[in-house]
Design a protein around this ligand. Sequence first.
Ligand code: MG
Length: 339
Amino acid sequence: MKITFSRFDLRLKHTFTIARGGRDVSPVVIVELEHGGIVGYGEAAPSARYGESPDSVSGFLAALNLTAFKTPFELESILTYVEKAAPGNTAAKASVDLALHDWIGKKLGLPLYRYWGLEGGKTPRTSFTIGIDSPKVIEQKVREAELYPILKIKLGGDNDEEIIRTIRGVTKKTLRVDANEGWKKREVAVERIKWLEQEGVEFVEQPMPAADLAGTAWVRERVNLPLIADENSLRLQDVPKLQGAFDGINIKLMKCTGLREAQRMIGTARACSMKVMLGCMIESSVAISAAAQLAPLVEYADLDGNVLINNDPFDGVRSLDGVLRLTDRPGHGAVRLEH
Ligand code: MG
């Protein structure tokens, strides 16, 4: 089993700004796991919010020693070893998880969703994300998102009202809001969420800082819109702790170390009567296609990382009228494009 990896800079169509800052390029690390003539592809999209960078991913992967394992079918043992190799490094760990799953799907000749007994036609609609920007650019982005029936709006700054008014001036579509921990005071969060309810917003993601879970529970008692955890919902062990503070969780492969743990988080969320959203970072079609394999299991999808970039090195899952279309390609279904 041979692992190779290389950095790739994803170029954003628009500067992407959220409550924590903006960027034009988003580096990822693409992983190739080769065994018996089959290559499984993985991807790490490291986030500084969680202490990772392309260098930390490369360092983590370079230090792995998989010589003790004979085949990717030993996925459970391999990922247990990878998990214990170092704390954190969740995107780096996810890249190995994705490559192993892709390899197994290819070896068996099955798309992962079918391997898991899921129906490809049961995926939810996916939202298109509109970052924080000037009214003029936001109007342009909303027009570009014409084919998406649901928009996810990044808020949490000083111009929340201006952004929503701009968008409502252009479209009546369903909106979802992500504050990315931007509302630091409970009273502010309650006031904004009540206002957003009147503006036709479906739910609010991570209104308060992850460190203030009690504050989020306080807010939830005073608003009607469902609250979805993102920065509070990283790994499996976080899920039960969120009962009472959130109505659902946003699972991202890069936060939770990959498909194996994501499946467990979905099961745990169900046991806690919580809804599930599948989210993403700025990612190529490798990680987006991998996450999409789980989409038949969830209520909400926000898997648009690959459509926010203009140099995707892979072709994978696509959405039609905002609905994710899973294909018959084996594994996660992302294939490398020739350059
Ligand atoms: Mg979020």
